[in-house]
Design a protein around this ligand. Sequence first.
Ligand SMILES: [Zn+2]
Ligand SMILES: [Zn+2]
Length: 372
Amino acid sequence: MKQKRDYYEVLGVAREASDQEIKSAYRRLAMQHHPDRNPDNQEEASERFKEITEAYSVVADPQKRAAYDRFGHAAVGGAGGGGPDFNSTIFSDFEDIFGDLFGFGDVFGRSGRGRSRSTGGIDLRYDLEISLEEAAAGLETKIKIPRWEACNTCGGTGAKPGSKPVNCLTCGGRGQLRHQQGFFTVTRTCPQCQGLGQVIREMCNHCKGEGRMNTDRVLDLRIPPGVDDGTRLRVSGVATRGSAPGDLYVILKIREHTFFERRGNDLYYTIPISISQAALGAEITVPTLRGEERLRIPESTQSGSVFRLRGLGMPTLEGRGHGDLYVTVFVVTPTRLSRDQRRWLEILAPSVRVDNHPMERRAAEKVKDVIG
Ligand SMILES: [Zn+2]
Ligand SMILES: [Zn+2]
């Protein structure tokens, strides 16, 4: 199965592109790739042209664009699943852009909607935000995905039970209108039946003639330990009605932690210590993802010293070991000194004098291993 490309990528525009930018990007690409303009390479041009036109039919429609931004390709699947529907509004929009220069019906085959029915499944995107702790421990959760299901009242036809769709009188059931214009035969999708060739006389009350209902499907999702921001989990074989099963991509976002900073599988944070802890040494309690650990601060510790707690970082996704946790200490200078504290510091001052020369670069960044 060929994977569908992102519609914005297909059109070469940013996700926040304006309607005008999208329109001109489409116009430029469609002119460039129209099969009539690529006689030597018609098949490839035709595929490319369909792709950009499909992308445009979604991105140019505010409602479809919003749905696509949220749910990806599946959200804009057509009546049978399998592709966006090429409705008459979009076709008249194309005619706006090109006039009657090209026959769109020919490019899309017999009918706009019909052609997409035979294509493979559609892929669905789901964005899920989890905490750093959940990313470290792994998680089993349930996610709800929207999906179209055949209306069970009319069995998907959209017609009232007992009635049947009848051939469209406007196009005689062909789904297209053709007329001669100079040397060209211009083909247009029938506006009456929107290319389906059939119209519904009496609509099914349950689905309002759509033939499908939007339902939620709940999926169990297992997130392995060690996932990172942007990790993509694929759940294959998530079917939507009328199309081959597609893949569901769950894109993970790891919520920013209040103090842990993650770089790869390693974690970092800074912890304050007092001037006396730094000078005399101390044992302090530090948080890790697996609970609290004791950390021995040796005497004469400088502000900015880094301690490495081996194996206390994130687990690797491959299940082989863990990263490390780096704790940087920050020596807090006392403020609001009491009269006594001030006196003691004044007494100390002459004996703790330092050379006020610039420090060598990186002198303060030496890492001390504490837990091996
Ligand atoms: Zn129905
Ligand atoms: Zn018709």
